[in-house]
Design a protein around this ligand. Structure first.
Ligand SMILES: [Ca+2]
Ligand SMILES: [Ca+2]
Ligand SMILES: [Ca+2]
Length: 242
């Protein structure tokens, strides 16, 4: 089963790569300087926000949106030039923070391992993952990379540091609102609505949760009722039940 899941998210990553337009996608451009040194330039704002993972086999936050692409034009003003066809590009993961993962195909890269991009043209979309669903938005996770040329034509790049953070997202409480161990129980709806209207827990002897169900800090907010009812009907946790 696991291999089926892995294959399906690998396929999804390919789809992501195929559907994104180059003009506006997040890109790491790989070229060379006038002095024949490899150069990698990240063309996106950092820290790069990771969305909740859409990959069935990957927990937490993940993206395949960042394309690693050969430079497509010479830009003398940036000291950035296109690569020769003869080069053989490898990108080594030099270091990575705990809590961050980089997947190249089905392989989770370890520090010191390289992604083989080969000669231009290339456009690879390694998947970057923060597996901890509870990772705090704003926490920065870094990975550093070095670009090398196995053909020996170009010298190694300087270290490229990429920073990632989990996006702000709704994180709902459990729907066993009265804490009796029974979920998907209409009594929990009664209990939630009762406490929401400043009434007692249902049953009164139970200990109910707090009414900031979506944990956005706002209480006595109808959005918490909507979010509760949506999660109760097996929908996703959203900030306002939509
Ligand atoms: Ca319950
Ligand atoms: Ca809460
Ligand atoms: Ca709330």
């Amino acid at each position: 089963m696991k291999s089926v899941h892995l294959a399906s998210w690998a396929g999804l990553a390919v789809l992501v790569a195929a559907s994104a337009s180059l003009a506006d996608e997040a890109t790491v451009w790989i070229g060379r300087t006038g002095a024949q040194q490899l150069k990698a330039h990240a063309h996106f704002a950092m820290p790069f926000e990771l969305h909740l993972s859409v990959f069935p086999a990957l927990d937490g936050f993940a993206t395949g949106d960042i394309g690693w692409h050969n430079a497509e034009m010479d830009e003398p003003g940036e000291d950035m030039y296109m690569l020769a066809q003869a080069c053989d590009i490898r990108v080594t993961l030099a270091a990575i923070d705990p809590g961050l993962r980089v997947w190249f195909g089905l392989t989770e890269l370890q520090a010191g391992q390289a992604m083989a991009f080969g000669s231009p043209f290339f456009d690879f979309h390694p998947i970057v993952q923060i597996p901890d669903h509870d990772a705090e938005p704003g926490t920065i996770f870094s990975a550093t990379f070095v670009v090398q040329d196995a053909s020996g034509l170009y010298s190694a790049s300087e270290v490229l540091t990429l920073q990632f953070t989990p996006e702000a997202h709704a994180h709902c409480d459990g729907i066993d609102f009265n804490g009796d161990g029974s979920s998907f129980d209409p009594t929990d709806i009664d209990a939630f609505l009762s406490v929401f209207s400043e009434g007692p827990c249902v049953p009164e002897t139970a200990t109910c949760g707090d009414i900031d169900f979506n944990n956005d800090g706002a209480v006595f907010d109808p959005c918490d009722v909507d979010a509760f009812l949506l999660v109760f009907s097996e929908g996703p946790c959203t900030l306002c039940g939509v």
